[in-house]
Design a protein around this ligand. Structure first.
Ligand SMILES: [Fe+2]
Length: 347
């Protein structure tokens, strides 16, 4: 496994209520890689440029747009008056699409199986035997008048999980600068995770968009403004990541982050992609993953545990959305590579 070492004891690694209280993998602190991994291990995050071509990014953005229009709710990207919830499928925080089998659309799987995307995670973890998350995508339309938005700094790793256990990523399809929608990261915060949570009284902030506790988002912690300050006082910096089409950003799941809502006129197009070693998953998690895959259900950012299916229909005006789908609009081609990444087929 190159410069990294995967621990062999992770029997408590389930999507239930147990957490690995030890590192699943250790990296040589003194290793010099001579590539983006040096920055990643230093800051807990890194942007990798030109992972796919501009043309490929354009293709994905166009596919996402076509997908948005396929619900026949009157959405037209040329008519900003249709940039409202009634003309769009149901999303979270103004543009995150996790339902409607979006995680298993052909375009989502094509993005996950882009050779250069897979290569990033192979290099990061030091193994080719990876499984991926069934994550959603983000299509954030600017100038929305029907939603109020506020930053929601959070991390996607439970405080009881120690060390680097998941690394999140997103493949970016549209240009985004300071004013545009995009990812905001607290650079350096992953390294302070244990110190921050060493205090037993850390409570997830009751943000207006916090999911209800019964949803059991067990790998979500929302930070308050005071918490943000705590990290800043220790040298961390909240940075908006500006990206070109085709760029990829990776961040350790212990990193504080949020998606900024667009203030300019640019539409944001993103596919969330996470991969971890299959070896991190136990039989129970793989079984749950297979069931999700067979039903075209999405899950969390976590590839190997916390396999919580998005099995309920998205709610529109208090009722299940009549446009809900039980299979993707365009199904992916089920190659061996795809089935292995899905965790369905063994390596
Ligand atoms: Fe997140």
């Amino acid at each position: 496994m190159g410069d990294s070492k995967v621990e062999d004891n992770f029997t408590n690694n389930t999507h239930g209520a147990q957490f690995e209280a030890k590192d699943l993998i250790t990296f040589d602190e003194n290793a010099v890689y001579g590539d983006w991994r040096d920055e990643f291990h230093k800051n807990g995050c890194v942007v990798i440029k030109n992972v796919i071509s501009k043309e490929r990014a354009e293709y994905y953005a166009a596919e996402q747009m076509e997908w948005l229009k396929s619900f026949d709710l009157g959405f037209d990207e040329k008519d900003p008056s249709t940039y409202t919830a009634e003309h769009l499928p149901v999303s979270f925080k103004g543009g995150m699409y996790m339902s409607y089998c979006s995680s298993h659309e052909k375009m989502s799987w094509e993005a996950r199986t882009e050779p250069a995307v897979v290569e990033i995670f192979e290099r990061l973890w030091g193994t080719k035997e990876l499984i991926c998350s069934f994550d959603g995508m983000n299509i954030s339309l600017p100038n929305r008048k029907d939603i109020s938005w506020s930053p929601w700094p959070h991390c996607d790793q439970n405080k009881r999980r120690k060390g680097m256990q998941a690394v999140q990523g997103l493949l970016n399809y549209a240009p985004n600068g300071d004013k545009d929608g995009g990812l905001v990261l607290m650079k350096g915060s992953a390294k302070l995770f244990n110190e921050f949570f060493a205090r037993e009284d850390r409570e997830s902030y009751a943000h207006e968009d916090a999911p209800p506790p019964e949803m059991e988002f067990m790998d979500l912690f929302l930070f308050s403004q005071n918490d943000v300050k705590w990290f800043e006082e220790r040298g961390c910096e909240l940075v908006k990541i500006n990206m070109e089409p085709g760029d990829f950003v990776l961040w350790d799941s212990r990193t504080m982050h949020y998606a900024k809502f667009p203030e300019g006129n640019q539409i944001r197009h993103v596919q969330y992609i996470c991969m971890t070693p299959r070896q991190f998953a136990n039989e129970e998690a793989l079984k749950a993953k297979k069931e999700c895959f067979e039903k075209w259900q999405g899950t969390t950012h976590w590839p190997h545990c916390n396999i919580r299916p998005t099995d309920d229909a998205p709610m529109r005006d208090g009722k299940p959305c009549p446009k809900n789908r039980l299979e993707p609009r365009k199904k992916p081609i089920l190659t061996d590579q795809l089935l292995r990444l899905a965790g369905v087929k063994a390596y």
